[in-house]
Design a protein around this ligand. Structure first.
Ligand code: NAG
Length: 159
């Protein structure tokens, strides 16, 4: 009988601790924070191209370093091009951006930034690459279409 009472006491104390413990957790830690899909920083495509992005309001600026070229040298000696575009507001913004390559071809990407479960940021995009055609008769096969998924690699270092 004595041990039964002691057991009840221990149980009751335990319950008290759980209730007090709950009350002491601040509101901010109890809710799972939904991370915004901030695009500022460096992204890597699944094929190894690099994309650096920053935003000013609804405008996007950056640099694209490609590992692919439609023809040798098309993207220039550094395989690098400036990027300009637009981005929506909201936690998982839509985005469109373009790059002009050294030999006159250009690419545009359109997509959306998603935060995957676990917090990984991805940019899911479709792209079109336009090569300069010699004449209108070569127009029909001068645009390529594909998909790129970029994964967030690192943010901008704080000063
Ligand atoms: C995104 O993060 C950068 C720092 O990496 C910050 O300067 C910027 O204000 C953030 N943008 C938004 C829309 O939260």
């Amino acid at each position: 009988m004595e041990s039964f009472v002691a057991c009840l006491c221990v149980l009751a104390l335990g319950m008290c601790q759980i209730i007090i413990g709950q009350a002491l957790i601040p509101d901010s830690e109890r809710k799972v924070k939904v991370l915004d899909c901030n695009v500022t920083g460096e992204w890597h495509s699944e094929l190894g191209s690099q994309l650096q992005l920053s935003t000013v309001g609804p405008e996007v600026r950056g640099v694209y370093t490609t590992v692919q070229e439609s023809t040798r040298g098309a993207a220039g000696p550094n395989r690098e091009a400036k990027v300009v575009g637009v981005i929506s507001g909201g936690p998982q913004p839509t985005i469109a951006f373009s790059a002009l390559w050294a030999k006159g071809s250009c690419t545009t990407w359109v997509g959306q930034c998603f935060v995957l479960p676990g917090g990984v940021r991805v940019l899911k995009t479709l792209w079109m690459l336009r090569s300069a055609a010699e004449s209108s008769t070569d127009n029909w096969d001068s645009t390529r279409l594909g998909a790129d998924q970029f994964t967030f690699a690192r943010g901008v270092e704080s000063p």
